[in-house]
Design a protein around this ligand. Structure first.
Ligand code: COA
Ligand code: MG
Length: 290
């Protein structure tokens, strides 16, 4: 699976921003047709995204397009214009039912067959951002083999349940936690909420670190200044990597000596702690740090 430490959105009708995004070293570039685009600019956005996919060099970045919600009336045209330009994946907003994901997956399968592309080569990411979406997470997470990640949309979720967004974020904490838990249960990535105050880099860093501790794979972002702090937060630090390597080595030695639990630096180490060390090492490998 593609590393998705940061997923940068930009309005799909803004070629300048799409172009800029390709220069930032960001893991995922998500060209939007939904809420970042005015109603009278939807057609322009589709065309611009198709043109960007065909003409720009995105380097190692994943090329994603966010369609309008299923049922909005825009979704079929979004797919019809953008899919022939072969994005790496489609982001579906406001997902509440498995059938919505399955419908998009079938549409994609038609294009893969038509163009002779490998089956299931275009992936799906589902945004859960309503009470119904959260309640239906088990069905959503297991809806389709193309689905690789669940994205949590905090602003829409708060609006849907009637909560007021606060800096502490307790009003969305259960939903955030549910998204990471169901994603883990079905081997999907979980991608955390947007930090909309793009001038507050310290606040962003704190929220990104909290997301990483909760086991999100990455975070949605909306501005170039958010790329570096977020990708850093979702990459293990040198100290964390060194410690994980020591845990792994000590664990293997103690296993051979017939000990499941032992002490390292005055702390108890056993199987779950070894598992978390292995996760740190896998992330470090994915980021090219070991
Ligand atoms: N992706 C790529 N480039 C971006 C960008 C983004 N999301 N946001 C800003 N930039 C570029 C600007 O074009 C500008 O480049 P330039 O100097 O070459 O013209 C530079 O970064 C600095 O931008 P800045 O002036 O600080 O911001 P702005 O006032 O132009 O834009 C927003 C502010 C919020 C409108 C803009 O960041 C944005 O569109 N974000 C994404 C919104 C979105 O897609 N929402 C839907 C999903 S939640
Ligand atoms: Mg939304």
């Amino acid at each position: 699976m593609h590393a998705r430490r940061a997923l940068l959105y930009m309005p799909g009708d803004d070629m300048r921003k799409i172009q800029k995004a390709t220069t930032l070293g960001v893991d995922c570039i998500c060209m939007d047709m939904e809420d970042g685009v005015a109603l009278n600019r939807k057609a322009e956005a589709r065309q611009t995204i198709a043109q960007a996919l065909q003409s720009l060099n995105f380097g190692a970045a994943e090329r994603l397009a966010r369609i309008n919600a299923i049922g909005s009336g825009f979704e079929s045209d979004d797919l019809a214009v953008v899919l022939p330009a072969r994005p790496d994946g489609i982001v579906i907003p406001k997902v509440e039912h498995a059938e919505q994901i399955q419908w998009v997956s079938q549409m994609i399968a038609g294009y893969e067959e038509l163009y002779g592309w490998p089956k299931e080569s275009i992936c799906l990411l589902a945004v859960v951002e309503s009470a119904r979406g959260v309640v239906n997470l088990p069905q959503i997470a297991s809806a389709d083999p193309r689905l690789q990640a669940i994205i949590f949309g905090a602003e829409d979720f708060a609006g849907d349940i009637g909560a007021t967004r606060t800096p502490e974020g307790w009003e969305v904490f259960y939903a955030r936690s549910a998204v990471v838990t169901y994603a883990a249960a079905y081997d999907l990535q979980a991608i955390d909420m947007v930090y909309i105050d793009f001038q507050d880099i310290e606040g962003l860093r704190r929220e990104a670190e909290q997301g990483a501790q909760m086991a999100f794979s990455g975070k949605q972002i909306i501005h170039p200044n958010q790329v570096a702090p977020v990708q850093e937060a979702f990459t293990p630090s040198d100290e964390a990597i060194a410690y994980a390597l020591r845990v792994q080595q000590a664990f293997e030695e103690h296993q051979k000596a017939g000990k499941g639990a032992f002490a390292l630096d005055g702390k108890m180490i056993d199987a779950p702690i070894m598992k978390s060390a292995q996760r740190v090492l896998a992330l470090a490998r994915a980021a090219g740090k070991i």
